[in-house]
Design a protein around this ligand. Structure first.
Ligand SMILES: *Cc1c(COP(=O)(O)O)cnc(C)c1O
Length: 396
């Protein structure tokens, strides 16, 4: 008999009753150190007092109004985002997937309005993840995601993910007078914490500038302070025309945002897009508090410091457990451990040591702790990962 919840997830038999900071409390009373953060969502940990206060206060005032009215909480959050980024304008969504949909629509509409309606193709990269809608799976294009779902949205071209400047020639050859956009994650999350080299992000910006193509950065996972800058692309010193943001921006409240320059957004006039819940006052009130806390330069410097501290510890884990861990990758607190055993087995062994991690592609174990994880919890996480590796060595 089919479970009452559609079984599209291979779920662990763990259920949590409460969370506090970097810790989750299971229903049986066991405490787990959370290095997954709901997949980079609980950016300020669980039950952050300022977020609880903001949400509670907003809940007592106003939950929902239609987007046919002005929503002051949206305007406030949009201003915070445009003040601190390349963007001039923001559309709010409930998820990352919805930002992918709008990014695709916006890029195509831009050229339609520009008198070049034939420019509909979008160049995307192998190993990418942009969400689960029919458009977003077509964008990522992997067999695993698209198989069985019928005809895909046409217009996507897939290339090898650029790991060095040697890959730029193939990209240059693929951008034609049919291309409207290039979409890339500055750091692939699901793809295995693969950091797109700065020179590749710069190279893409140059290619897009030469050909008048729009550059879309998907920062749903790597953005919102995770790398020690507000957005990951800031390290490369280039900006996109369109950027997808979600996950960490709501701190646990479902919220996404599509950021764009005035130029890229010029086709999206009244009636061309919409959302019932997108930009809901509850989500935007919480989002504004999250952005306010995370964009503080002192906070971001701490993320970078904690990331370096954690990385150092992970490097020594690799040295101590070469049978389990092969190497460390990532930036800031978006870290990955390349594993010898299947990452899913390492995740499972971690449960027995009271630590939560997330598997990713490319044999990588993902570590995405709360950005404000205390140093003591980083030390505890390293101890528990050490014990996890020891338990796997004993079992082997
Ligand atoms: C999670 C993710 C998405 C999709 O976000 P949802 O909120 O699950 O729809 C898109 N892009 C990237 C890079 C992601 O990590």
């Amino acid at each position: 008999m089919i479970p009452s919840v559609l079984p599209t997830y291979n779920r662990a038999p763990l259920a949590f009753a409460r969370g506090e900071g970097s810790w989750l409390m299971a229903e049986d009373g066991r405490r787990y150190l959370d290095l997954g953060s709901g997949i980079a969502v609980n950016s300020l940990g669980h039950a952050h007092p300022d977020l609880v206060k903001t949400l509670t206060e907003q809940a007592q005032k106003l939950w929902h109004v239609s987007n046919v009215y002005t929503v002051p909480e949206q305007e406030r959050l949009a201003k915070l985002l445009t003040d601190q980024t390349f963007a001039d304008t923001v559309f709010f969504t409930n998820s990352g997937t919805e930002t992918a949909e709008l990014a695709i629509k916006m890029a195509r509409k831009f050229y339609y309005e520009n008198g070049q309606p034939e420019r509909v193709e979008i160049v995307a990269f192998e190993g990418a993840f942009h969400g689960r809608s029919t458009g977003a799976i077509a964008a990522a294009g992997s067999e695993k995601m698209v198989k069985g779902f019928g005809p895909l949205m046409p217009g996507f071209v897939h290339l090898k993910w650029p790991s060095s400047e040697a890959d730029h020639d193939a990209i240059r050859a693929t951008i034609t007078d049919k291309t409207c956009a290039v979409i890339i994650e500055p750091i692939q999350g699901e793809g295995g914490i693969r950091v797109t080299p700065d020179q590749c992000l710069k190279g893409l910006r140059d290619l897009c500038d030469e050909t008048g193509t729009l550059l879309i950065f998907d920062e749903v996972q790597c953005g919102m302070g995770r790398t020690g800058r507000l957005f990951a692309h800031e390290w490369a010193g280039v900006t996109p025309d369109i950027m997808m943001v979600a996950k960490g921006i709501g701190g646990g409240f479902p919220l996404g945002a599509l950021l764009a320059t005035e130029n890229a957004a010029k086709g999206m006039t009244a009636g061309t897009h919409g959302s019932t819940y997108g930009g809901n006052p509850l989500g935007c009130a919480v989002g504004a508090k999250v952005v306010e806390l995370i964009s503080d330069p002192a906070f971001l410097a701490e993320v970078a410091r904690k990331g370096a501290l954690m990385r150092q510890g992970l490097e020594s884990l690799v040295a101590r457990h070469p049978q389990v861990f092969e190497s460390v990758r990532g930036e800031g607190l978006m870290l990955g451990l390349k594993c010898k055993p299947a990452p899913a087995d390492v995740v499972k062994a971690g449960y027995d040591q009271g630590i939560l991690t997330i598997a990713a592609a490319d044999d990588v174990l993902r570590l995405l702790p709360a950005l404000n994880i205390p140093d003591a919890d980083i030390a505890e996480a390293l101890t528990r990962l050490d014990e996890t590796a020891t338990s796997l060595e004993k079992a082997a």
